[in-house]
Design a protein around this ligand. Structure first.
Ligand SMILES: [Zn+2]
Length: 608
């Protein structure tokens, strides 16, 4: 039984800071740059926090919520596979195909600590936690986080309108590059919405967009659904509502922002992914359902997209560093206003709020910290960008800490640290070279999505950020590795992976290899990889192998602006935890948090 006094009066505030790295944090604390975290450490406890295998946000936050490893909550990676047909899917949730009323389910299994608290009538307020789309019913309030799609059902697809002729890069863009024509100063085009069924055929919903050019004043008049607003060069628009007809009596409503990059000699207009309109989202992005609308009534429209800052636009040079940081600042500002707003009405129970700022900034700006990144930009003005955002997050922490009384426990934690991403390793290429993977057409190795693999000969394949799967008889549809061969192949693979070297330098590149049977204890073990490859920082599974693709070479330089990462050996990238009271911190892991929080409310977790 839980004592009523603990249940009703206790307050636990947790700030989840994605990607806050212990080495940087400790260095900045010692330099006096993070006074609020420093105060928290001095008053209570601080330690590095062991992360999950793999050290991925979706996996680690699922473990944070449930106290379970990946095989317990079933989220093994951003990218997972169905062994019955080798098709790929996202680990976050079953993405909606937004036409009519398609139901969506989160993939996460197991019970979160806020669900247990809710059953015990402890109020819970959970904001933007990964893996919370669609929003669950809790005793309190919830706003969905990472996993919430844009209106197209993607994790965030931008658009870019240009009068320039399209290039090869445009055709390979991760966004939608729309070629438009200037007709005497007027461009008539459209925003593209979700797929809909029209007369039995799949079609794209559209919303009319008219652009009236005023190059003399470096301005654009944007006309969207009959409303007009003016946009100057180098500026962002406010949020604009937009709706798409999805059927004779139905429509779906979104919000979008525009950035005018150039108007002469050519037009270049960046358009953010179309976020669900928080006033009428087509799927539950909050609990209660109307809560997302109540927030916008107080602070205005805000990003509802689960990964609100879209990074490919910077990677592809569609927007500059400066413009990208403006968007980071916008998101951070919105989140801070929501945090302030919600803390006003918080009286007791659990309060969790998540920030992805440091994760995004470190992914995109690590190149300015890394002297060994040969593609580092010498632009000195961004040299301290990462540190500046640590200081900003410290200010957020200070603001929350300022209002605390003694009955409140404050926890600040991260899911993993960070490191340099200098080289990509094509794991499927390696498996091919080592004789574990075979192609149907040897001449054509540039396949993706596990296509083109000859399953009748293939013993192992790579997928996700470091996962290696055996093509197991009885599990995979065309599986050939039987129980008798399994042990020998595993041993062979383990030894060869550990011996993998960089042909350019001769350096060993794998720190640890984690076989599933040694690290996973839960019921969903067959949904995940048989090995997780823990690369030494600097090396990471390539984007292609994450998607089940191949390449012509084993290792490639990472020339992308996405230059920091955490998908290395999890031992190398622990997170951090600060607690405002003294606790035992030896060997603390992210899977320990759920029981710690429950115990702060006097609840002993019963093991199933
Ligand atoms: Zn993360």
């Amino acid at each position: 039984m839980i004592s009523n006094s603990l249940k009703n009066k206790n307050k636990v505030i947790i700030l989840g800071i994605d990607g806050m790295d212990p080495v940087i944090t400790e260095r900045l604390i010692n330099a006096g740059k993070l006074p609020n975290l420093s105060a928290l450490r001095n008053k209570g406890s601080y330690c590095r926090l062991a992360t999950t295998i793999p050290a991925e946000s979706v996996v680690a936050w699922a473990s944070f919520a449930t106290g379970l490893d990946a095989s317990g909550h079933g989220v093994f990676d951003f990218i997972m596979r169905n062994p019955q047909d080798y098709s790929l899917f996202l680990g976050l949730n079953e993405m909606p195909v937004i036409k009519g009323k398609t139901e969506i389910k989160p993939r996460i299994k197991g019970e979160s600590f806020w669900s247990i608290l809710s059953q015990n009538k402890v109020p819970c307020f959970v904001y933007f936690c990964p893996n919370t789309f669609p929003s669950e019913k809790i005793y309190g309030r919830m706003l969905s986080g990472m996993g919430t799609p844009d209106i197209l059902g993607n994790l965030g697809k931008f658009s870019f309108y240009t009068t320039k002729p399209l290039t090869k890069d445009d055709l390979e863009s991760r966004g939608r590059i729309v070629s438009v024509k200037d007709e005497s100063g007027v461009i008539t085009t459209q925003l593209y919405g979700p797929k809909v069924l029209s007369a039995g055929l799949e079609a794209e919903a559209r919303s009319g967009l008219k652009l009236i050019l005023n190059p003399a004043e470096d301005k654009l008049l944007v006309n969207l659904e009959g409303r007009s607003f003016s946009l100057s060069k180098d500026t962002w628009s406010n949020w604009q509502p937009v709706s798409f007809k999805t059927g004779p009596f139905s429509s779906v409503s979104g919000i979008v922002k525009f950035y005018l990059k150039s108007i002469k000699p050519e037009l270049e207009l960046y358009v953010t992914p179309i976020n669900f309109n928080p006033n009428k989202p087509p799927f539950p992005i909050s609990n209660p359902r109307g809560f997302s609308r109540k927030i916008s009534a107080k602070i205005g429209y805000y990003h509802t997209l689960g990964m609100p800052v879209e990074t490919w636009s910077l990677s592809e040079g569609r927007v500059s560093e400066k413009v990208f940081l403006q968007e980071v600042d916008n998101v951070l500002d919105e989140r801070r206003r929501i945090l302030r707003q919600e803390l006003k009405s918080y009286k007791s129970g659990l309060f969790f709020f998540y920030f992805d700022t440091l994760d995004v900034i470190q992914h995109m700006f690590w190149r300015y910290l890394d002297d060994r990144n040969q593609y580092m930009q010498s632009d000195l003005q961004y040299k301290d960008t990462v540190y500046k955002y640590y200081e900003q997050i410290d200010q957020v922490i200070g603001e929350v800490a300022k209002g605390l009384d003694d009955s409140t426990t404050m926890i600040v934690l991260s899911d993993h640290g960070f490191g340099p991403f200098r080289k990509s390793v094509h794991l499927n290429r390696w498996l091919l070279e080592q004789g574990y993977l075979f192609l149907k057409d040897k001449e054509n190795p540039n396949q993706q999505f596990l296509e083109g693999i000859d399953w009748s000969k293939t013993k192992a394949y790579a997928l996700g950020f470091g996962g290696i799967y055996l093509n197991k008889a009885g599990r995979e549809y065309y599986g050939i590795v039987d129980a008798a061969q399994e042990r020998q192949i595993k041993e062979e693979l383990l030894n060869r992976l550990l011996a993998m070297t960089d042909p350019a330098t001769g350096e060993k590149i794998v720190g640890n290899v984690y076989p599933a049977e040694l690290i996973y204890k839960g019921p969903y073990v067959n949904a995940g990889p048989d090995f997780f490859v823990g690369f030494k920082p600097g090396y990471r599974a390539s984007w292609q192998s994450a998607l089940g693709g191949l390449a012509n070479v084993l290792i490639e330089d990472n020339k992308k602006k996405w230059s920091g990462d955490h998908l290395f050996d999890p031992k190398e990238v622990p997170g951090v935890i600060f607690v405002s009271r003294k606790i035992k911190t030896d060997g603390f892991r992210i899977t320990d948090i759920a029981s710690v929080v429950l115990s702060l409310f006097g609840i002993q977790r019963t093991q199933e």
